[in-house]
Design a protein around this ligand. Structure first.
Ligand code: C2E
Ligand code: CA
Ligand code: CA
Length: 727
């Protein structure tokens, strides 16, 4: 509708003067007015000008007002019509209203304001009506649009419902005939649904486990929690391996594919998925794995597994600073046996060899067959001393040599074979970087050397290792007889005050070898420790020391203190305290004159047991000292708990006092720390006047070292005792 400035009013009346008066009056109130002098003309103008309001007379010639009303009504137009009529007949008025007149005014209009009021009221109502109508129309439009959409949806829904029904049928069929197990779990672990196929690979029946918690079927809490957290985090898992525990306790390896499913509405969120028995797959995998790592003939680890373990061993050895060995074995002339007696006999022999190689194998060691008649023995953790480790490897190789040399009864054949053995130690160099393959190659090379040297032989890759191992083994063998042959003796090194006055001595073991002369305790004590020989030797030292003590006191010599070194193995022996006690009983020596030197390492491990032992020893009256103090990892806190009497400052610090400000500071600290803990301090390895002065200046009062005296045999020490001083 075109926007008009003023409302347009049509007056239909056959009397011109009335039309004029209306026009003049209404125009004053800002209405535009058009006129018609009869009904026909009125209808014309209504069609043409679409007035906003019509003032219409009833009685007119030709077409009267009622017909105009009827026309407007028929048109379905909402033009407000006010009938202004001279007939006061009530029937006319009723008829006019019935036909759609909005108001009825009587002519002549006495009070024009009544007309004005009627007009503005009608216009307002008309405006509201048309607004309402527009709204209504909009509403209807909206409703029909929505209805249409709804119908479409309904149609689709019907279609999909059918589809769902089809699918459901399909799924039901799958569900019931599934080889895999379909399941739904609630988030709290309740089994919400599980397909009957669960009884295909387990003893469970669907109905029995519905409503149970998954922990009934998946026993591993860790596995369950990991599954749930993966599902929560990632929404799904594929091929998640978990053990299903059957009702009889058997574990069945399963693979799960599952999805976290958020459900709309009031249905709880779920985990849906499938599960499959993977026992066969696992077995196949295990078999494949086995074949990948083991030799099919002997069932020994193959080269691959060997190298794997070797790498681990090498890095572990580097980390802990200990040594390992690789023994490379090749059977001498195996080819002859194979060629003359045939492969089956050869194979049977190899099997027998592998059996002999695994006899008394430590769990940490590995025997491997590389192929053919080549075997490897990997020995791990042979201790922190390279010479010792080489000796153990040598010993092991000799054992093998002996064992393999025994005759073999294979079918009707009696066979003999000998091995050539190459040995490589690892790690070989300082901060060595050699790989497992390198070590294997070294051992291989050494094996060829053994073959070159006439077979049935053991050779080390490094000649230095070879001689070290040879020597160590020789020492070990000879040390066993040293005690019986009276080759061991005790020397004594005086412990003195700054003035040189003797306050005691340290007992130091000596081995006089018939051919090699004196062998240093630094060489044979570790061997004794490693072989256990230290137990009888240590016992002998203690007893001998006590005998001397007794003799010196009986002879009236002013001996105040005799220290004896105790080795870790000796000290750890459960019977140690008792043995010491028995020695005093036997020799009659005064325990308060004896001191025992322990090392930091010994007292640090197993503190509780150590303290108990120390207290028991103290109860006997024995003085306890910590030897080589400063080289270990003693913490002050530990030392405080220990019933100690003396700290012995290690000679390495004393040695460097002059040159190393650090060591000077360490010595200083040790001395003041000892004072704080109320311990006596003795400095060992004092070689010069300078060292002595420095130490004395720091408050050290007891000394031991070449500056005063070397360790001396008993006769000489007796003389020193008689003199009372060393100078
Ligand atoms: P240790 O207990 O630290 O003994 C001190 C070592 O330093 C002795 O070496 C001694 O001869 C040497 N020494 C003393 N004063 C000086 C000096 O001024 N300069 C230098 N350079 N060295 C000095 P020895 O007798 O060769 O003993 C070596 C190690 O063997 C001892 O070290 C001890 O750990 C062990 N040992 C000796 N005898 C026994 C024993 O009867 N039983 C046990 N378990 N170990 C013993
Ligand atoms: Ca000592
Ligand atoms: Ca020492």
């Amino acid at each position: 509708m075109t926007q008009r400035k003023n409302p347009l009013i049509l007056t239909i009346d056959d009397e011109e003067n009335i039309r004029d008066s209306f026009r003049l009056f209404l125009e004053d109130f800002e209405y535009d007015v058009i006129e018609a002098s009869n009904g026909r003309e009125g209808i014309q103008k209504i069609k043409q000008d679409r007035p906003d309001l019509v003032l219409c007379d009833l009685r007119m010639p030709d077409i009267d007002g009622l017909e105009v009303l009827q026309f407007i009504k028929d048109q379905g137009q909402e033009i407000p019509i006010i009938v202004v009529s001279g007939t006061g007949i009530i029937g006319d008025a009723i008829e006019a209203i019935r036909r759609g007149a909005w108001n009825y005014l009587l002519k002549p209009i006495q009070d024009m304001s009544v007309l004005l009021h009627a007009i503005s009221q009608a216009l307002e109502r008309s405006r509201l009506l048309s607004e309402n109508k527009a709204y209504q129309e909009h509403l209807e439009e909206e409703v029909s649009r929505r209805t249409e959409a709804l119908q479409k949806t309904m149609q689709e829904l019907n279609q999909s419902h059918q589809k769902v029904k089809d699918n459901e049928e399909k799924y039901r069929l799958i569900f019931e005939n599934l080889q895999d197990v379909y399941f739904e779990f609630l988030l709290d672990g309740t089994i919400y649904e599980i397909s009957p196929s669960i009884s295909l690979f387990s003893l469970y029946q669907r109905e029995k486990i519905l409503g149970e918690n998954i922990s009934t079927i998946f026993p591993s809490t860790q596995k369950r929690e990991r599954l749930m957290s993966m599902l929560r985090r990632e929404g799904s898992v594929t091929d998640y391996e978990i053990y299903l525990q059957d009702s009889d306790g058997t574990l069945i390896p399963c693979s799960l594919n599952a999805r976290y499913q958020e459900t709309a509405g009031k249905n709880p969120d779920k985990i849906c998925g499938t599960m499959r028995d993977i026992t066969e797959r696992k077995q196949a995998e295990a078999r494949i794995e086995y074949l990948a790592y083991f030799d099919a003939l002997t069932e020994l680890p193959n080269r691959r597994l060997l190298l794997d373990r070797l790498e681990q061993n090498i890095s572990r050895a580097r980390r802990h600073g200990h040594y390992g060995a690789m023994l490379f074995l090749d059977l001498d002339r195996f080819k002859n046996i194979n060629d003359s007696l045939g492969h089956p006999i050869g194979d049977a022999l190899l099997k027998e060899v592998s059996k002999r190689l695994t006899i008394d194998l430590r769990t940490e060691d590995t025997v491997s067959r590389l192929g053919g008649d080549e075997f490897v023995l990997l020995l791990s953790d042979l201790g922190t001393d390279p010479v010792n480790a080489a000796a153990i490897a040598q010993q092991k190789a000799e054992n093998i040599q002996e064992r393999l040399a025994q005759k073999y009864q294979i079918s009707e054949h009696v066979l003999h074979v000998t091995p050539s053995i190459g040995v490589a130690m690892f790690p070989s160099g300082e901060g060595g970087t050699e790989s497992g393959n390198d070590i294997l190659r070294y051992a291989d090379t050494a094996m060829y050397r053994a073959k070159d040297d006439g077979r049935d032989t053991i050779r080390f890759f490094l000649p230095s290792m070879q001689s070290a191992a040879d020597e160590r083994l020789a020492i070990e063998k000879e040390l066993r007889y040293a005690m019986e042959k009276n080759e061991l003796s005790l020397f004594f090194q005086p412990q003195v005050e700054q003035s040189g006055a003797i306050i005691g001595a340290e007992t130091l073991l000596r081995w006089r070898h018939p051919e090699k002369g004196f062998i240093s305790p630094t060489i044979f004590i570790p061997v004794a420790e490693a072989t256990g020989l230290i137990l009888p030797i240590g016992h002998w030292v203690l007893k001998t020391a006590c005998k001397y003590l007794k003799k010196w006191t009986d002879d009236g010599l002013p001996v105040k203190h005799l220290a004896v070194n105790v080795s870790p193995r000796q000290f750890r022996h459960p019977d140690f305290v008792h043995q010491v006690h028995a020695i005093f009983e036997e020799t009659g020596a005064d325990p308060s004159l004896l001191g025992l030197e322990l090392t930091e390492g010994m007292v640090i491990d197993n503190v509780v047991d150590t303290i108990e032992k120390m207290q028991a020893l103290k109860q006997l009256g024995i003085e306890l000292s910590i030897d080589d103090f400063g080289t270990g990892y003693s913490s002050l806190a530990y030392l405080k708990q220990m019933p100690l009497d003396i700290l012995k400052i290690d000679q390495s610090f004393v040695r460097d006092i002059a040159s190393d400000a650090n060591d000077a500071a360490i010595v200083d600290t040790i001395i003041s720390m000892a004072a704080h803990l109320e311990l006596k301090v003795i400095a060992e390895g004092v070689e010069t006047e300078f060292e002595l002065t420095f130490l004395a200046g720091k408050g050290c009062k007891m000394f031991q070292g070449y500056h005063f005296s070397r360790p001396v045999p008993d006769a000489e020490f007796t003389k020193q005792l008689q003199k009372g001083k060393v100078f």
